[in-house]
Design a binder for this molecule. Structure first.
Ligand code: EPU
Length: 401
């Protein structure tokens, strides 16, 4: 199976097209609902966007934009908030709807705002919108309270056009941040250290449009590894980057999944029932919170007891009740879950609360006797291209009514 481009990278690359006028070409873009949502946001600001067709998307960014992200779009996808930094850096003004909470609980943007304020922007809130203004931003030293992915990206996209040097300390280190920095550097920015905790940016006067290929989606790759872990068999994931998934590969290895790199991706196989392990989510290079529902699904049918600790999002255990409807033996206590593995689960109607939990319920269904009907499948469409055909091609009995 070929791994699609990373949702959490391409959304930010699309936001970065705000930074300079011109024609952009992006390759390896997944055809998913969130990409269409970001395209709608760019169009609302005045850009011309086509695709993705065959994985390629083009964006024409004009000289002037409407520097605004309306509520209808931010409410559909909170990642829209990453246009705030680029809008302020290029136009000195931005009006972006405040994202509300979501199914993981409260998700504030205080660190985004604080970082942009340190660069010289000022903000007020009115009618549910954050309204930002700035003269030319000024480079400074930013120390993030927590290595937030979105705050790092907003600060980085603002700093590339700021005057002077910006250092972002305690930056998020996710591969998607390194991809964004590679894109920005190709545009003419001077960013060093992305992918480590200290990013140094030398501001430039202007940037220009570019062509770029998006990195593969490590979470999609993980989803199919989990499917093999649950159902057995083997898989070759073409285009996957094992070096972006070290901790997950180690954890799945501890559980008994055999995984090895290939020339262009990775291969995995499961011959026996997996063993339980304990799991704690952490910022990269720790185990991603986005892997966790998949790991809980795996532990539900593994041999033994696993303790799962969520360290990023307070409400990210809501899907556990759905897994329990399928017979999983899970107890949650604050940000911990205790999962006692069962031989099999039992198919049931369940409801997907978000993208990753939705995918995990489908994965769990592969080890459930009888039929499972997953409602709320539109959540899965936000992040997975051709999820059902891909699973069916691997031998799963799955269809989309
Ligand atoms: N946080 C704050 N204040 C802020 C920003 C974040 O308190 O200003 C807190 C959050 O509430 C959370 C923690 O910091 O507890 C981490 O949040 P982070 O900012 O790192 O997450 P994000 O940028 O909002 C991205 C991904 C998520 C992924 C997280 C963590 C995108 C579009 N989203 O979100 O992916 O779970 O990083 O790795 O990149 C998904 O793909 O389904 C998804 C939810």
């Amino acid at each position: 199976m070929r791994v699609a481009g990373a949702k959490n990278s391409v959304l930010k690359l699309l936001a970065a097209t705000v930074l300079a006028e011109g024609e952009y070409v992006l390759h390896n873009v997944p055809d998913i609902a969130d990409v269409h949502c970001m395209a709608d946001l760019l169009r609302a600001m005045g850009m011309t966007v086509t695709g993705p067709v065959g994985g390629t998307m083009t964006v024409a960014s004009p000289a002037d934009l409407v520097p605004e992200a309306p509520y209808e779009l931010v409410e559909r996808m909170r990642a829209s908030i990453v246009v705030l930094g680029p809008l302020l850096a290029r136009f000195g003004q931005a009006r972006v709807a405040m994202p509300g909470g979501d199914d993981f609980g409260s998700r504030p943007i205080d660190m985004h705002i604080k970082a942009l304020e340190s660069l010289g922007a000022s903000f007020r809130t009115e009618h549910g919108y954050v309204v930002g203004r700035s003269d030319r931003l000024l480079g400074t030293r930013l120390l993030l309270e927590f290595p937030s992915v979105g705050a790092t990206e907003n600060a980085l996209m603002a700093a590339v056009l700021a005057k002077g040097t910006t250092v972002i300390d305690n930056a998020a280190r996710e591969p998607e941040i390194a991809d964004l920095a590679a894109f920005l550097n190709r545009m003419g920015a001077q960013v060093l250290g992305a992918g480590t905790s200290t990013i140094e940016v030398e501001g430039v006067e202007t940037l220009s449009s570019v062509e770029h290929t998006v990195i593969p989606d490590r979470i999609e790759a993980a989803t199919f590894l989990a499917a093999v872990g649950v159902a057995g068999g083997e898989i070759t994931l073409e285009g996957a980057r094992p070096d972006h998934m070290d901790m997950l590969i180690a954890k799945l290895g501890d559980m008994g999944l055999r995984i090895s790199p290939t020339t262009d991706g990775l291969w995995a196989s499961r011959s026996r029932r997996l063993r339980s392990v304990d799991v704690a989510t952490l910022p990269y290079p720790g185990l991603a919170t986005d892997y966790k529902p998949l790991l809980v699904a795996l532990l539900s049918v593994a041999d033994g007891v696993g303790i799962v600790t969520e360290n990023l999002f307070s409400g990210r255990f809501r899907y556990v009740d759905e897994l329990k409807r399928m017979g999983a033996d899970i107890r949650t206590e604050a940000h911990h879950a205790i999962v006692r593995g069962r031989e099999r689960l039992s198919g049931a109607p369940v409801k997907a609360p978000d993208i990753r939990a939705g995918a995990a319920l489908v994965v769990a269904a592969l080890a459930a006797d009888g039929e499972t009907v997953v409602g709320g499948a539109e959540h899965i469409d936000r992040g997975y291209e051709d999820f059902v055909p891909k699973l069916a091609a691997l031998g799963a009995d799955v269809h989309r009514p």
